[in-house]
Design a protein. Structure first.
Lengths: 131, 131, 131, 131, 131, 131
């Protein structure tokens, strides 16, 4: 069970319910996932994190699907079990196909490999890459 | 300097030159960056890594630009200096605008934050996310 | 089950029992947690690790509670499941309140975010920060 | 140089200046460090990050000095060069003594060691640590 | 369950079966582990990864057992649960004794500790180590 | 410069000199590298770390060269600049050939790739790997 437990809607304070309501309205769902129910133990962090995510994940120069792919890429690279499970589900719900997922995994694996080859060989940055 | 040094085209063996030629032809450039010149000390790894990268980064279900964004995201998350420098340059050359870059950074930062919140609160995976 | 199994007190060699006894005496408990029971398969590492921990976690310029908070912070940042569970329990036993825990999580999340923003934007170190 | 460059006060937009002014007022300094000058290329992220930091690092259940120690601990664990330099300077300015720093480093090193011992020995979580 | 499921031999395409057959022949076993059954959802990645592993893990300047120890070391350092479990099993099957395993764990733990001490103290690289 | 500076032999306390003397005697060298000179600011950590390293890196079930390869593997995986430089130099001094180094890098890169593939595909551990 989560360290401080999960807070269900019916047990939530008005301040937490306000965030839950916004999550459900923004995401057009009636499901609040465990991440938010755990953060609800700290209403300030819940609100701040949700506001940040809402701002960051809104379509902009990058579309929603691309943003979700990036989120999964980081979570896989960090090997965060919860985040991989939840963002993979979310990515698929947003239209990430099996083929996209396969290519995503291949890139994440490759980047993790070449990151270490670059560091391990102690490769100096090319002059032209110094901004 | 790189651990085993950098191998310039003029000093390269035919086996290495073949890879260099393919890199330049595929990328439509006459520039070989330090990553490949360092890997050239191990022709088998050079060839294997280049063939893998060529296969993985070719447009497929995901377009080239999205793939490059994902590569940068992983490199930043891993904090690999060389890879951030080279793939950021590469991403910009491929059309990643400043606005895209800003959004990319915001997502990478956010994902790294929520990855730790999820782990730190020891949040169990929602039943519906268990594939 | 742990790779080499867990060694219970009754099955332990005198050399291992000596460490177990010291752990129980130092911590004023009769409980030996799985970490030590697993390390007991390597008595040299068991003894060395315990002696190191005892030295490092003793109150000094930093008090015990602060030290435990730092231990949790690192474990969460590394996303080590066992360590998060055991050190969170330990922190709470030592007086870390729910409010302290909430603030701790918020800082760990934030630091992980800004660490990547700093790396991703390739920010050079301010002259005044160069020691 | 930072990817998108550093934005000095005199070149900043009103929206960025507003954040700079708040940073200087809150921190009682006339120095804006490179981190903020780089983020200023993305005013939304600049404002969001600063507001978050201000909220999270304000004294609460944990005092300012403890919070700064935790920030350094995470940055060292992640091996973020910029963040180690800037937060170590900040910690010292806030009263972290050499002795505190020494103990901090010892704990961070130790936690990184035991995190891997726990994972490497595949130690199962003690029943009593399951919250 | 794995994101895209596991593909059993009887359900595999000829292209996947070819790789499975080579794995079984090379490893002199009739067991295909879950890693390959999951990758089989992406035959290109399956084939590429297997060919790479086969090339890299073949005895060369380093013998098989040393190579397997290095693989475990990285997996433990990254805290990848699946990889620790599978490569530890594989290492033991290849002749890694309990004593070797104990020493391996001790080194991995120690290296993770000193890595952070080096970064945390911001130690500059000795002139003689600059290649 | 290192956060607390580097302590030269001539400026060292008797307690620090004793460790320096042991390092030089054990390693049959008159060179003390920056890592120890930085740690010397904390004589307790200096002594503890040196004693641990001496114990762990002594030939046992694994020979010295294998141990050094593992140390480099972890340092590369963690991308610790100082540690990669110093342990690569140390490995070469102990007899690691260019060919061994090449194979080492290839394995470290590969393990980092497959670690993420395993996590990203959310592959469950095979029954037979559960110890």
């Amino acid at each position: 069970m989560a360290t401080l437990g999960l807070i269900e809607y019916k047990d939530a304070s008005p301040r937490v319910r306000e965030v839950y309501d916004d999550i459900m309205a923004t995401r057009k769902t009636d499901y609040i996932n465990n991440f938010w129910k755990a953060l609800a133990n700290d209403p300030a962090t819940l609100k701040r994190t949700w506001e940040d995510i809402k701002q960051i994940m809104a379509p902009g120069a990058l579309d929603l699907l691309t943003k979700e792919l990036i989120y999964v890429a980081v979570s896989v690279s960090n090997q965060c079990g919860y985040c991989i499970a939840s963002h993979t589900a979310s990515a698929r719900a947003k239209g990430v196909t099996d083929d996209m997922f396969r290519e995503l995994m291949a890139i994440v694996g490759m980047a993790n490999e070449t990151n270490r080859l670059a560091s391990g060989y102690q490769i100096e940055i090319d002059e032209r890459y110094k901004t």
